[in-house]
Design a protein around this ligand. Sequence first.
Ligand SMILES: C[S@@+](CC[C@H](N)C(=O)[O-])C[C@H]1O[C@@H](n2cnc3c(N)ncnc32)[C@H](O)[C@@H]1O
Length: 258
Amino acid sequence: MQNTSSSGQNETNAGPTTHFGYKTVAEAEKAAKVAEVFHSVAQRYDLMNDLMSAGLHRAWKAFTIARADVRPGMKVLDIAGGTGDLAKAFARKAGPSGQVWLTDINDSMLRVGRDRLIDKGLVVPTAVCDAEKLPFPDHYFDRVSVAFGLRNMTHKDVALAEMRRVLKPGGKLLVLEFSHVAKPLAPAYDWYSFNILPWLGKKVAGDEESYRYLAESIRMHPDQDTLAAMMKEAGLDRVRYFNLTAGLVALHEGVNLG
Ligand SMILES: C[S@@+](CC[C@H](N)C(=O)[O-])C[C@H]1O[C@@H](n2cnc3c(N)ncnc32)[C@H](O)[C@@H]1O
């Protein structure tokens, strides 16, 4: 049975519920379901990213890296860092006097990321951690980034508040995420997402369901203005966003003014 609580949150007899793609699941179950997805796709994740986006994810990340403006000596936290694309670039920019953490809730993804960085001669601290409970002190980092991770988090408001908490005054948060595409492109994008993506997932990663979840979770994610409002609500200032590839993806930024 489903009720709506006074806070407006949906609840079943098993407690509060949330979205897992288009499915409604108990909040307590979502993290485990997301974990299944990323344990399953970890080994083929990078190849799938290139195939699904025709390489565009590299340009979206390059824009994020440029906007992050990481300088030598900076402390940087990459949350939901997975296979380490952002951490790799940040580590090169922060240099030996800096400190770049590659973190993720999923040890399969993190292991692939850590090994990739080591292969490039970069040894960075890595930690399995949940963005909703970051094991770092207040005001520690100059930059915090999360790329294609926020969408998977159960309590996005809690995660955003944690990201702000660990930022130094003047530090910047960068959130790169799928967003809401310009209306004229929506029909073609929907067709691609619900036909080609699961097919590619099946052929390349042997996992159709995880890529169906990807398509659904993108549709359930807050649009550009809603996410900007959530970042302000979490205490971030100077919040702005950039639409990339007609809003298929958006980069949101916010600063902790303390
Ligand atoms: C689509 S991958 C993105 C990986 C990488 N940032 C990139 O852009 O290629 C999403 C990542 O979010 C991680 N994730 C999901 N929920 C998380 C949470 N609550 N805390 C930290 N990481 C989480 C997953 O384990 C997964 O590695």
